[in-house]
Write a new protein. Structure first.
Length: 415
């Protein structure tokens, strides 16, 4: 696990024992290894060094300001999908010229904000959105640079909830509608069409779907150039998978081997939007056993965190490795690891063989750096946990734990 290792009988984040962080900060808490984020960014950046490219880290995976700031310092850009994410990217120090704004439902206010900031371009997902961006840009007397996201109808072979590149999903423009798009863009005076975008899904563990999508995009770019559009940007999205439970996901260089020839043939600039690849294994959720409950033949480890902190197991039945933060690691008994929330779906693992644990023991839920904290909710009025960043032997709270007061601060009792 990047940045996390077992040493002297305990799990460490870089040079800091997770137990030390728990002593200082309490549990539950997210812990991020900044060097792990940086190393993963560098792996992708290096893999594509032979072509002009921008790695625009996908904030939706983990938008922690300290993390995004560390990446920005290395030259990383940002892929954002809301005005809020754009605000966070700018707050973290990402230059507007390295920000790409994607998403199927941008509002006029968000479009205006992005134009005001001067972002690199919009990834546009529909004809009505082209019209909206054109209208807002005209009102602001600006020209909006756009890439159009096409749906290449390629199966990424991943969970259906994170499949986006098949034609039945809501994402991107149907390839068969390219002529309609051309017509609309020609009539839109305040946009400039300079890129094509395709993102087919998340947690891919094979390279072939990326290669197929790149080929579809290549054909399209050539067609559009013939039509007179100066398409110089090819955006192939994110989706590179990680090891959650022993998968052997490709290295960035293996994807690059398929993508680079296409980019070179097109003489284009490549944009990538990795999220999980950079963040997934760079963070863990640190929790504590509140109770060990015996119920008939079943044993439950009830933790002080649950679907409010990390919803992936409940949402996608996603697998996360789990281990005691200290002590023997050998699996001894089959248990369900569950949270405190009043839902049967509130679990981290079912029927998992784990070491014996007792009330008060610290637990590490691994691979929680992507789509963890960002999907947090306060359901059951449970404050969001803090986010702690580690660099070498130092650590600091990058986002404070919410308080009960925070939970009611925007509410008032009205008649
Ligand atoms: C358009 C787009 N780009 C990038 C990403 C990031 O994906 P991943 O975290 O799998 O790299 C997503 C995730 O859903 C996405 O929808």
């Amino acid at each position: 696990m990047n940045g996390f290792h077992f040493k002297n009988n305990q799990w460490m984040a870089d040079g800091v024992a997770l137990s030390k962080i728990a002593d200082k900060v309490g549990t539950p808490a997210y812990v991020y290894s900044l060097s792990a984020f940086e190393d993963r960014f560098k792996e992708i950046d290096q893999a594509y060094r032979s072509v002009p490219h921008l790695v625009a880290y996908s904030l939706k995976a983990n938008g922690n300001l300290s993390v995004v700031n560390a990446l920005a310092k290395l030259g990383c850009g940002a892929d954002v999908v809301s005005g809020g994410e754009l605000f966070k990217a700018r707050s973290a120090g990402v230059p507007a010229s390295k920000i790409i704004f994607a998403g199927v439902g941008k509002t006029d206010e968000e479009i205006a904000y992005a134009l005001h900031e001067g972002i690199r371009y919009f990834n546009v997902e529909s004809i009505p959105e082209i019209l909206a961006i054109n209208e807002v840009a005209a009102r602001m007397k600006k020209t909006a640079p756009i890439a159009i996201r096409f749906n290449p109808d390629v199966d990424p072979h991943t969970h259906h909830y994170i499949t986006t590149g098949k034609k039945e999903t809501k994402f991107g423009v149907f390839l068969g509608d390219v002529d309609k798009v051309i017509k609309v863009v020609r009539q839109s005076r305040s946009i400039q069409w300079t890129g094509v975008h395709a993102h087919i899904g998340s947690q891919m563990t094979q390279t072939a779907p990326v290669g197929r999508a790149a080929k579809v995009v290549e054909k399209l770019v050539l067609q559009l150039r013939k039509e007179g559009f100066p398409i110089h940007t090819v955006n192939l999205g994110g989706g590179y998978g990680i090891d959650y439970k022993g998968e052997k996901p490709p290295k960035a260089s293996q994807y690059a081997a398929l993508v680079l020839p296409v980019i070179k043939r097109l003489n284009a600039t490549l944009v990538l939007e990795p999220g999980r690849f950079i963040s997934g294994n760079s963070g863990v959720l640190l929790s504590k056993v509140t109770y060990v409950k015996q119920s008939g033949s079943k044993t439950f480890y009830i933790l002080d965190s649950g679907m409010g902190e990390l919803i992936r197991p409940s949402l996608y039945e996603a697998y996360h490795r789990i281990a005691p933060a200290q002590g023997p690691q050998a699996p001894k008994q089959v248990v369900d690891v569950v949270g405190p929330i009043c839902e049967s779906g509130d679990f981290f693992a079912k029927g998992r063989k784990l070491p014996l644990m007792k009330r008060g023991d610290l637990v590490v839920v691994f691979s929680a750096g992507a789509y963890g904290s960002v999907m947090g909710s306060t359901y059951n009025a449970r404050p969001l946990p803090p986010e702690v960043v580690v660099r070498g032997s130092r650590f600091a709270v990058a986002r404070e734990r919410q308080t009960w007061e925070d939970l009611v601060q925007n509410e008032r009792i009205v008649v």
